[in-house]
Design a protein around this ligand. Sequence first.
Ligand SMILES: O=C(O)CCC(=O)C(=O)O
Length: 315
Amino acid sequence: MSTYRRQGCPNLLFPSMIGRQMPAGEEIMAKVLTGDAIEALRRDGFHFPIHGVSEVDAADYRLQLETFENENGGALKGSHRFKSHLLFKWLADLVRAPHILDAVEDLIGPNIMCWNTHWFIKEANSASFVSWHQDNNYWGLDTEDLVSVWVALSPATIESGCMRMLPGSHLNPILPHVDTNAEHNMLTRGQTIDVDIDENLAVDVELKTGDAALFAYQIAHASYPNQSDDRRIAVALRYIPPTAKQMLADWDSAALVRGEDTHGNFEHEPLPTCDLDPVAVAFHTRAEEQQRQILYKDTEWADARVSTSGARAPY
Ligand SMILES: O=C(O)CCC(=O)C(=O)O
């Protein structure tokens, strides 16, 4: 436990802390994050490392992932890279792990929904990269309180193409983005911030296997190709408070992982009882299709993976 004294800070990163009715100057008990960590998240928009999973568990999860890949035609394909906590039991358990939820609770309060899980896998010596972007530019969620917990299942180093973050960029309004659809860009539309980023100010988020980084919905971040001989494997867990709303679709879903759903804005996702549990897989098919429609809204792939002109969506 640590205590955190709230400063008279008008630019609150996580407004739910106001919802916790913490009068200015009073102390709250944080469950796991130190005051410095919370302050870093507010000031910089990210904090790392925190404990994600043990090295033994990281190796086991990697084995389970790679076994699934080997049995299903190779590297995890697009539809399996989103909302995978509905497919894999170990991931359903990880998004509910008390030590991770304690950290998220310190930031957004006791009612927590897991909205998504995203895989970011860069093959060894591959050209895959992630352009500079802000997640709140395209996920459609009306909240400033989304917290990402990015868990490294292999080393994230400068050589392997770790994330880079621009401190304080979460305090800006959404910056203009363009869709580049660039080859090797891991983002669905190659979304790229359309203003110059001063790379000298960026911080490399290097993580050991099993460690995790916390970051804000609005932070500008990117990553470069993997020049190492191992795969760079990460899964990002996305948490929201129930006050969040989906603005780009009439329907969206999330798993209630702690506390209560005070607003009913998301259909609750089932907890899989095993890998590829048929009930959860059926839910995943619906939820992942909705994700696709949100991500490709206003493009030729808004309605189907293959457009009327015959072009296949990148994912
Ligand atoms: O894994 C990466 O390199 C980028 C991750 C990312 O963009 C995200 O988690 O939002």
